[in-house]
Design a protein around this ligand. Structure first.
Ligand code: ADP
Ligand code: MG
Length: 388
């Protein structure tokens, strides 16, 4: 696993920190106290580069100076400092210019959250996925939170042909923009689901590509070998897929990785950037795949087979036909998460995964628990320690 793990972590850059341990200790310490060493001018230039990137992949140095309203000498000094901290990248291939690094974008978002008084510390990395990094976070009162940093466009595209088509049609779509959209979507869904009484973490804030949420005292279901009441947990799981559909939504990655379970064996759903509406052309297929994931997992892990036969009992037609709760996806649109956001993310997903559903990696992994990458295993152990 090591090669794969390093491949997935290397982009993060600076090392250190992180109690995750394990074979791959390349977790990044996102230390907001480092923000103290950045001056007002540092953030001015960083923000100027961010603004410039709306129209330029590499922002011309003269434009950075103009947006930041700094003279050449001052801007140069600041940029040098930012370069040293690896917050920007300098390029002079076609012309002299800068772009944000992942870390630079992270710091802009974290600084905004700190300024709002929402967080005062970012701790250990507790998860790393193909499209996100998850950190513990806390505020002055010591509240336990989770900071999810979205990383769309991190991995290379699977199909070269798709990549070419994609890049030709969507020249301006950067990881910055995609990651921000994914965060916006996840936040909107988490909040709306919470308001409708679904068991999800409280959505606290979104800034750029970062979602700040409540930290749940729960284990990912994938780590739990023995359940007190298997049938009850199974019914909660299938019941949640059905209830989501009654609200007009399909999770599309509803599996043992994205379900967490409390000591009292109550399920919590997480991870929403890939959700779709029940009016999606492939809705039935996505819905049935979610149900099947649960049926298969309970069969494999707990030797449990449903006597009621969930797949016919909870058929797509029956459940969607019963929907009375109003279409949640319409509400989401009203919250600013609009069709354009949705189309953009869906296009990207098609180009990178081949469909708009679950991530390739989790599908692979769900077939064999032992295939969990080292870092994930280590990270989950950390979660476990804290709960127990
Ligand atoms: P990804 O998109 O990378 O799969 P997830 O949202 O599924 O990201 O989170 C990955 C892991 O991080 C989860 O399996 C869980 O262990 C942990 N995690 C995520 N959100 C929370 C939370 N709110 N509380 C506690 N742990 C969380
Ligand atoms: Mg997940």
């Amino acid at each position: 696993h090591e090669g794969r793990c390093h491949g997935r972590c290397s982009h993060v850059g600076s090392m250190g920190g992180g109690g995750g341990g394990g074979a791959c200790a390349t977790t990044m310490k996102l230390d907001p106290s480092a923000l103290r060493y950045l001056s007002k001018d540092d953030f001015r230039v960083l923000t100027a580069v961010e603004l410039g990137q709306r129209n330029h992949e590499i922002v011309p140095t003269v434009l950075v100076e103009r947006i930041a309203n700094l003279g050449r000498g001052d801007a140069y000094k600041v940029a040098k400092n930012l370069l040293r901290h690896k917050l920007v990248h300098h390029e002079r291939k076609k012309y002299d210019g800068y772009r944000l690094t992942t870390l630079g974008y992270d710091y802009l978002a974290i600084q905004a959250l700190v300024k709002k008084g929402l967080i005062s510390g970012v701790g250990t990395q507790i998860g790393v996925g193909k499209e996100s990094d998850i950190f513990e976070a806390t505020d002055e009162q010591g509240r336990a939170m989770v900071l999810k940093l979205h990383r769309l466009g991190r991995t290379s595209f699977r199909a070269v042909k798709n990549k070419r088509d994609y890049l030709e049609h969507r020249k301006n779509f950067s990881w910055l923009y995609l990651s921000r959209l994914a965060a916006k979507k996840e936040f909107a869904f988490m909040r709306a689901l919470g308001e409708h009484g679904f068991p999800v973490p409280e959505a606290i804030e979104v800034n750029r590509h970062c979602v700040l949420m409540e930290r749940m005292a729960a284990y990912p279901l994938v780590r739990v070998r023995n359940l007190g009441n298997v049938q009850d947990v199974y019914r909660q799981a299938v019941g949640l897929v059905a209830r989501l559909a009654q609200h007009g939504l399909i999770h599309c990655d509803f599996n043992e990785f994205n379900l967490m379970i409390t000591e009292r064996e109550e399920l919590i759903v997480i991870d929403f950037p890939q959700m779709v509406s029940t009016s999606h052309p492939n809705a039935k297929m996505f819905y049935e795949r979610d149900v099947r994931c649960i049926v298969d997992w309970f069969h494999k892990q707990y030797r449990y087979d449903d006597v009621d036969d969930a797949e016919s009992h909870f058929s797509f037609e029956t459940v969607v036909g019963r929907s009375a709760a109003g279409l949640l996806d319409k509400e989401l649109r009203a919250s600013g998460y609009d069709k354009e956001c949705e189309d953009t993310l869906e296009d990207w997903r098609k180009a990178s995964h081949g469909d708009s559903g679950s991530s390739e990696e989790e599908e692979e992994l769900s077939n064999d628990e032992e295939e969990l990458p080292e870092l994930e295993r280590a990270a989950l152990d950390v979660t476990k320690l804290e709960v127990g």
